[in-house]
Design a protein around this ligand. Structure first.
Ligand code: 5GP
Ligand code: MG
Length: 183
């Protein structure tokens, strides 16, 4: 289906159906791993919202949900390396098992920062779930416990991921045409 968003997509990497199936699998694995406990999901705004919404519905656990907003990007396609908290946790996490839900693990700056920050706040354990992993971008030694898909070295958008705040509402994940951000 052609529309003003899909016109900017060079290539579809993961279709809506592929994402649905993979997220369902991840939900089942996480539910098995945390069965009988009450983990606290920490969704990282804004990129993770679509993934988070689907993941927790695939994860029939007694659980809590918090959101954090952090930024290290300023409408660019490369990380600045600096991370700032724009919205913080609204509850005490001391002794809790946290499940961080992120859209994409690229340089690792965001998750390295969050791991340190949440550990310092007394989390009992920190599990990292990322929809996408881009190992070619890594600058910090961070790895995720659960990865949806491993992506090539390209700037991807859709299913929550933006470029300059656009394309988050694409139901699939694709590579943006370079001319979109070069122009
Ligand atoms: P990191 O701190 O690991 O470099 O990057 C984490 C954040 O960078 C992600 O949450 C995401 O907002 C952004 N990011 C990294 N690579 C991409 C990409 O290919 N596409 C989009 N839309 N965002 C990305
Ligand atoms: Mg993000």
């Amino acid at each position: 289906m052609k529309n003003e968003l899909t016109n900017d997509i060079l290539k579809v990497l993961y279709t809506e159906e592929q994402i649905r199936e993979r997220v369902r699998e991840m939900g089942e694995e996480i539910a098995e791993r945390f069965a009988g406990t009450r983990p606290l999901f920490v969704g990282i705004l804004k990129g993770s919202v679509l993934f988070l919404a689907d993941l927790i519905r695939a994860c029939p656990l007694r659980c809590d949900l918090e959101m954090m907003a952090v930024s290290s990007y300023a409408n660019a396609t490369k990380s600045s390396g600096r991370v700032r908290i724009n919205h913080d946790l609204q509850q005490d996490i001391h002794g809790r098992d946290l499940i961080i839900v992120e859209d994409i693990l690229d340089s690792g700056n965001t998750l390295a920062f969050l791991q340190e920050y949440l550990k310092a706040k007394g989390a009992a354990s920190i599990t990292i779930v990322t929809l996408l992993d881009k190992p070619s971008g890594r600058q910090k030694a961070v790895s995720a416990d659960y990865v949806g898909f491993t992506v090539p070295d390209a700037f991807v958008v859709g299913y929550g991921l933006d470029y300059a705040q656009l394309y988050r509402n694409l139901p699939y994940i694709g590579i943006l045409k370079p001319e979109v951000y070069e122009s």
